[in-house]
Design a protein around this ligand. Structure first.
Ligand code: FMN
Length: 206
């Protein structure tokens, strides 16, 4: 599908046909998430695919009711220990030439910030948690758009008891559940939801 058409036609879909989704499509959706960018390329987002009706029934206790009716639910998680590999992942990027023509200049600038005591403001480890959520958000958006491209519908579900779901799907505390992504063939065709106008959101041009 044309890229603009994908973006324009995406809706949050909350009613699905019972028709199963080909495994190949699920793999393509995960692949779209896999290609999302992340800080230092740490790639902290992980996925659990739920197809089992039994697991979906249990999941229903911890989230909104329509989720259980989707043929597939992807639980999008953060792997918190991915940060431990940040340096390694950064070096991998550097060694493959990702920063080729501007690395030295950047390194010099970072050293200057460190000298001026400004580095902590710019690279605060507490912000890592927010980055981890941002990584998942980008990946989820890639996946929702890929679903549209495949003729499928999905809905980002943030209303979920994250800890209960983490335990239900048997993940240890190194993982944090971020959101659910129920996916299926839409059984309706909703109108576009209202959006602010460009004038409302574009504050200024400097
Ligand atoms: C972070 C996030 C969390 C959301 N959580 C829920 C949710 O728990 N339940 C739900 O029905 N929709 C949820 N939505 C979907 C929004 O309600 C929806 O995106 C919004 O109403 C605009 O509609 P549209 O996606 O069809 O354009 C969520 C969306 C985002 C981005």
């Amino acid at each position: 599908m044309d890229f603009n058409e994908v973006i324009k036609s995406r809706r949050s879909i909350r009613k699905f046909k019972t028709q199963p989704i080909p495994d190949k499509y699920i793999q393509e959706i995960i692949e779209a998430g896999r290609l999302a960018p992340s800080v230092s390329n740490i790639q902290s987002t992980r996925y659990v695919i739920i197809k089992s009706s039994e697991v979906k029934e249990k999941l229903n206790e911890y989230t909104v009711p329509f989720v259980k009716n989707a043929p597939v639910v992807i639980v999008c998680c953060a792997y918190k220990k991915a940060w431990l590999e940040q340096e390694e992942k950064f070096l991998e990027l550097k060694n493959m030439g990702a920063f080729k023509d501007f690395y030295q200049e950047t390194e010099q600038q970072i050293n200057n910030f460190a000298k001026d005591g400004k580095l902590e403001i710019m690279a605060n480890p507490e912000i890592n948690k927010y980055y981890t959520w941002q990584h998942a958000a980008i990946a989820i958006d890639h996946m929702t758009l890929k679903a549209v491209d495949l003729g499928l519908g999905s809905c980002w579900v943030g209303f979920v008891d994250r800890e209960k779901v983490r335990k239900l799907i048997n993940l240890n505390e190194d993982y944090e559940v971020i959101a659910l992504l129920p996916i299926g063939y839409p059984s309706y065709n909703p109108l576009p939801r209202p959006r602010l106008s460009i004038n409302d959101i574009l504050l200024k041009e400097l």
